[in-house]
Design a protein around this ligand. Structure first.
Ligand SMILES: [Zn+2]
Length: 417
């Protein structure tokens, strides 16, 4: 491989990625319906809907500024040989391969984190605040930042160290070992995420006894689903947006409801949303998704093992010979088109699963309650009700509200026959 060719490919990929994203954002903004579609009439009044449109326009304009800024920084850094320069400096500090990679990555993430911080701060305390979403305080925000850095530093650092260590020790088969440890780690995380990571940021309390709990139990019994772990999380600490999710599997599985969800939805609507989550579990979506991502990790690591020792990759970023960390950065960029395609497949699959979970909730609980619950959640989070089909196809892991309502209606119509 030729260094100049690799460099040109890297630049072309970065530019193409930036342009494609901007085009998608642009068509999506233009697709925003000035009046609400017929099926969604009544979920907003006119004033609320205008507010929604303003929020979307403002966040879109802001995203354009922040992404253009990071694109320019990346380009300047790349074209001036910034990666090679930083690497040359790092290797004078230590001969240890693991430490070199850690130091190299730490420097890059600190700089990119610092550059992104003002944008994130503005988005949270100006835009989200202005529209009444933000509930986070400066203190929570600062603590989140520190804890987030610490957690991702420790976890990312440990995994990266293991991969580099295997690379040094096992030669060209390092990817197999790396795959093993990354997979074991992701399964472990999926099982213990709620116990280990969530408590650092949120309080989780078991759902207290009462009418809601009784309704949930009755439903769980009806579909013979063992459901002992229902927790309420204090999402209201940071945002007014509402959600519910399923985590872990086997005996570790638990359902987590945001306190904001409990506040805004009726008991029937909550059970319907929960029935949707049970549907995911009954259809084994969680386990299948886990398996797919393990396979994906294996493919990525194998491809990486083919490229990492090519000097052209490191040299395209300004290095003087093949080295792990420069190879990693170059590979990440070169891999991006494939990653985009895999993302499309995963999103399409996820949307299919969402329809199945909705159908399960409609069939075994109540479609009408699910629809009204979903409407409330959409309104609360000001999600886009009329995304451009292309945008939805690329980015959406859940079908848009209108499509979900239509599909739930069809399930109910079939069952009524
Ligand atoms: Zn779902």
């Amino acid at each position: 491989m030729n260094t100049e060719v690799v460099f040109i490919i890297i630049v072309v990929f970065l530019v193409a990625d930036f342009i494609v994203e901007r085009i998608l954002e642009w068509v999506n903004m233009r697709a925003m319906a000035p009046v609400l579609p017929e099926n969604l009439k009544g979920i907003y009044d006119e004033k609320e809907y205008a507010r929604f449109q303003n929020y979307k326009r403002e966040t879109n304009r802001f995203d354009l500024i922040s992404s253009t800024f990071s694109f320019i920084v990346m380009m300047v850094f790349l074209c001036t040989g910034g990666f090679g320069w930083w690497n040359a400096w790092v290797v004078t500090w230590t001969d240890q391969a693991v430490l070199q990679t850690l130091l190299f990555m730490l420097g890059l993430s600190l700089v990119s984190g610092l550059l992104g911080l003002p944008f994130d701060w503005y988005a949270t305390f100006h835009i989200e605040e202005k529209y009444g979403f933000n509930k986070t305080t400066m203190k929570t925000y600062g603590l989140d930042l520190l804890k987030g850095m610490l957690v991702s530093g420790v976890i990312g650092g440990l995994l990266l160290s293991a991969v580099v260590w295997f690379y040094e020790w096992a030669g060209s088969f390092f990817w197999l070992y790396a795959w093993g440890i990354v997979s074991v780690f992701s399964v472990f995380m999926a099982m213990f995420y709620s116990q280990l990571i969530v408590p650092l940021f949120n309080k989780q309390t078991p759902l207290e006894a009462g009418a809601l709990r009784d309704k949930i139990n009755a439903f769980a019994e009806k579909v013979s689903f063992k459901l002992d772990n229902i927790f309420v999380i204090d999402g209201s600490k940071r945002s007014t947006k509402a959600n519910a999710y399923f985590t872990g599997f086997g005996p570790r599985k638990r359902i987590v409801l945001y306190d904001t969800l409990i506040k805004d939805l009726t008991e029937e609507e909550i059970v319907a949303v929960l029935a949707h989550e049970v549907g995911h579990n009954k259809k084994r979506h969680t386990v299948q998704f886990m398996l797919a991502s393990v396979i994906q990790t294996g493919v990525i690591l194998w491809l990486f093992s083919l490229f990492v020792n090519q000097p052209a990759l490191s040299m395209a970023l300004g290095g003087d010979r093949a080295c792990f960390q420069l190879g990693l950065i170059a590979f990440t960029i070169l891999y991006s088109p494939l990653s985009m395609i895999l993302g499309l497949v995963m999103n399409a699959w996820s949307r299919k699963n969402e329809y199945q979970a909705d159908a399960f909730a409609a069939r075994y609980y109540d479609g009408e309650s699910l629809i009204s619950g979903l409407k409330k959640i959409s309104v609360k989070s000001l999600s886009n009700l009329t995304p451009h089909p292309l945008y939805e196809w690329v980015y959406y892991s859940h079908p848009s509200l209108l499509k979900r309502i239509r599909a739930i209606g069809q399930v109910e119509a079939v069952d009524a026959e």
